[in-house]
Design a protein around this ligand. Sequence first.
Ligand SMILES: NC(=O)c1ccc[n+]([C@@H]2O[C@H](COP(=O)([O-])OP(=O)(O)OC[C@H]3O[C@@H](n4cnc5c(N)ncnc54)[C@H](O)[C@@H]3O)[C@@H](O)[C@H]2O)c1
Length: 256
Amino acid sequence: MNAEREVAPRVAIVTGAARGIGAAVALRLAADGLHVAVLDLNESSCAETVAAIEFLGSRAIAVAVDVANEAAIHDAVKQVAERLGPPTVLVNNAGLLRERTLAKTALEDWDLMLNVNLRGAFLMSRAVAPHQRQAQHGRIVNLSSTGALGAVGLAAYSAAKAGLQGLTKTLAIELGRYGTTVNAVAPGFVASAMTAGVAERVGVSFEEMQQSIVKDVPVGRVGHPEDIAHAVAFFVDRRSSYVSGQVLYVAGGPKG
Ligand SMILES: NC(=O)c1ccc[n+]([C@@H]2O[C@H](COP(=O)([O-])OP(=O)(O)OC[C@H]3O[C@@H](n4cnc5c(N)ncnc54)[C@H](O)[C@@H]3O)[C@@H](O)[C@H]2O)c1
């Protein structure tokens, strides 16, 4: 289902949108008629996503930000509001995975993973919420993961991704009165630089890893960034205004 092409285009912020799932989400929202601020660690890495959005006829800007950094977020959101317009749609997609068993999880691994995956979504939501409240309309979509359900080597990652689900439900309750919905998409395995990195660290080819993963996926294939973008677009759609506080597992089967 395609969203209605926007009459008065909304402004969306997608974090971690230089590549992978974030880039696919940014492109999908642009195709649905939104203007998109492409946020990632550095501006030059966003160039490809911005060019692809402009090719689709929507406006886009690249903004460098570390989502764990409160001051940088304040500046980034201000910049988006000034250059594109007040952001009312926020997709908290920036994420990081360093798989480590409990014994091998250093405090700095824990802090980094919680800071990027969880604190980033809190800080971004807090910075964007005033614009949503002003507009009496808002959409926040958080990228959780099937990792939230637990798996070997995911202590910090699963804590962060499960934490995002709690944040999603509380923000849905707090922000509903201002016309803002808050939902989470929890992907299963998606082919991206993140999962390619896992294959490399584990010492198998990415192809081998995907063949092995597919054996446990009921629909018989791995996920692609566009699969996730489609689910995000559903929550962002203006017509989804009665859907809030939900976690949608997009994993080719009944995970979650
Ligand atoms: N790929 C999967 O199988 C999968 C599964 C479940 C959930 N997810 C989640 O989906 C999201 C996107 O995953 P992906 O596979 O596209 O990952 P990816 O590694 O390909 O892309 C992540 C992007 O986030 C950016 N980023 C990292 N740290 C950042 C920070 N501190 N500030 C700003 N940007 C930062 C990176 O530069 C990168 O562009 C993540 O939150 C991830 O945890 C992915």
